[in-house]
Write a protein of this length. Sequence first.
Length: 125
Amino acid sequence: MNKEMTVNGKNYTIIKLLGKGKGGYSYLVDTGNNKYVLKQIHYEPCNYYQFGNKLEAEIRDYKRLKEIGIKMPAMLEIDVKNERILKEFIDGDTIYQLVLKDKMKSDYIEQLHRMCVVICCSYKY
């Protein structure tokens, strides 16, 4: 793994891999002053899902979720040439980590239910 990646010509130092999804790898990166999430789109085969242009899908889905009021980290920059997205980094435990630590709260489940209602009710068939 490279120690640095660029987004639109700006260098970011990779701190660690945060995870891999069906659309890309997400890395925690640093500029020396701030931390961000850098998502590198990948085109590895996925048996259960078919993709067109993954970068366009990421941008479209992000805009749609923001429009309907879903809270999520800000998308700060898009590097079309390298198929990279720079996002706001929000420090803290994930839901998965909270469950493992037995710190899950019923409020989190209720918030998830509210989000599902918003998403389902706003979807146009």
